[in-house]
Write a protein that binds this ligand. Structure first.
Ligand SMILES: NC(=O)c1ccc[n+]([C@@H]2O[C@H](COP(=O)([O-])OP(=O)(O)OC[C@H]3O[C@@H](n4cnc5c(N)ncnc54)[C@H](OP(=O)(O)O)[C@@H]3O)[C@@H](O)[C@H]2O)c1
Length: 254
């Protein structure tokens, strides 16, 4: 019982690990003794995060564009070459697009669905061999997809493709969880509410107003993201699969 939340010795990939929620999760994993690969497109920011997290443990940056088929295949190939077993995959990288309904362009669907939905499926598919190699009956490998409360409820943001993409992430999570359960791979999703990040920067000038809609009275913190991530990757959650864990300070419930 003592080691229920221990992650020591595991290996993880966190997509979109250069900043925001991905960096919060990567920090929690590295600090828990997990060898953690992070990926994003912008190399400078990614290397800066690699250096910062390297102070806590083992963090390795591999730049990649996951919305591009070639970029995704190359990244997955590099992970497979380096690691026979992968215990944890966080499909966190995501993008958004907002525009009035009369003007919302097709490009705003392609960009968002390619990254938020398709890349989750294809990266998981490409990493199934090392995930299968890592999973055991007692402690399965973990795939954690980052959804959103936008995929559960209405948000007045005119982000049509984003909201649809996150609902898709939640149901893709359930389907993959059932299909991969016998391979000892758990698949869950986290549906975050508001966390300060580049994606939400345009909303943060109204932070006080946003917090009023959140029963806990505040936005999410790095500890909130890391704590949930650690739970979903540890022995403590080995019986949890196909679940969408809402991490929003009670906003959806309210
Ligand atoms: N912040 C919130 O309140 C909130 C709420 C609900 C859900 N979420 C979800 O949480 C996840 C992280 O969001 P965030 O708020 O942390 O956003 P963010 O600060 O914009 O971070 C997004 C991350 O994804 C990477 N990324 C973007 N496009 C990529 C691509 N094509 N290939 C590889 N990496 C790519 C970014 O790096 P590069 O730009 O360098 O590629 C960055 O590392 C997303 O899935 C988002 O939908 C966030």
């Amino acid at each position: 019982m003592q080691d229920l939340f221990s992650l020591t010795g595991k290996t993880a990939v966190v997509t979109g690990g250069s900043r925001g929620i991905g960096a919060m999760i990567a920090r929690g994993l590295v600090g828990s003794g997990v060898k953690t690969y992070i990926t994003a497109r912008r190399e400078e920011e990614l290397r800066a995060t690699e250096a910062a997290l390297g102070e806590l443990g083992e963090c390795i940056a591999i730049p990649a564009d996951l919305s591009d088929e070639q970029g995704l295949k190359q990244f997955a190939g590099e992970i497979r070459e380096r690691e026979n077993a992968l215990h944890i995959l966080f499909n966190n990288a995501g993008a958004s697009w907002g525009a009035p309904i009369d003007e919302f362009p097709e490009a705003g669907w392609d960009k968002v669905m390619d990254l938020n939905v398709k890349s989750i499926f294809f990266l998981t598919q490409a990493l199934l061999a090392p995930l299968r190699a890592a999973g055991t009956v007692d402690d399965p490998a973990r795939v954690v997809n980052i959804g959103s409360i936008n995929g559960l409820t209405y948000a007045p943001l005119q982000n049509y493709s984003y909201t649809a993409s996150k609902a898709a992430v939640h149901n893709l999570t359930r389907q993959m969880a059932v299909d991969l359960a016998s391979d000892h791979i758990n698949v869950n999703a986290i549906a975050p509410g508001f966390f300060p990040s580049k994606m939400t920067a345009h909303l943060l000038e109204h932070e006080g107003e946003l917090a009023k809609d959140i029963p806990r009275g505040r936005l999410g913190t790095p500890e909130d993201a890391a704590g949930t991530a650690i739970y979903l990757c540890s022995r403590a959650s080995a019986f949890v699969t196909g679940h969408v864990l809402v991490l929003d300070g009670g906003q959806t419930a309210a």
